[in-house]
Design a binder for this molecule. Structure first.
Ligand SMILES: [Fe+2]
Length: 129
């Protein structure tokens, strides 16, 4: 995927890849992030764990839906879900840095997964043009 992206950039184009290949990769990545965030939070963080579990389900459902829903539907749903998880990750990163969240998540990991959500939002924006 990265080599295809570099080749396309050399040609000053965006890679021409089936929509569901791109969306499934990133929606599965976002589901995986939510799943391991849930696993690394302290059991006492019930609200955050429940939100992480909800994000896991939302992104797994997006993967299940891709081949039977319209391009517009998938782009809108994926963008909305990714904006929401990016905000969740942003707030969690701040909470971890300020020692307000009980977990074993290193703040650098939280920042990393936030950057990946922002990267996905950039890709979604390109796909919506
Ligand atoms: Fe990563």
């Amino acid at each position: 995927m990265y080599i295809e992206l570099l080749d396309a950039l050399i040609d000053k184009e965006f890679p021409d890849e089936p929509l569901c290949d791109t969306l499934d990769f990133w929606n599965q990545t976002m589901a995986g992030h939510a799943e391991f965030i849930d696993g690394l939070l302290d059991p006492s963080e019930e609200e955050l764990k429940s939100m992480a579990q909800k994000f896991t389900r939302i992104f797994e459902n997006l993967v299940d839906d891709c081949n039977r829903c319209s391009r517009r539907h998938m782009l809108e749903k994926s963008t909305r879900a990714t904006r929401n998880i990016a905000e969740f990750k942003r707030a969690a990163t701040v909470g971890l840095l300020e020692c307000e969240i009980e977990s074993i998540i290193p703040p650098l990991l939280a920042d990393h997964v936030l950057r990946e959500a922002n990267q996905y939002l950039r890709i979604l924006q390109e796909l919506r043009i």
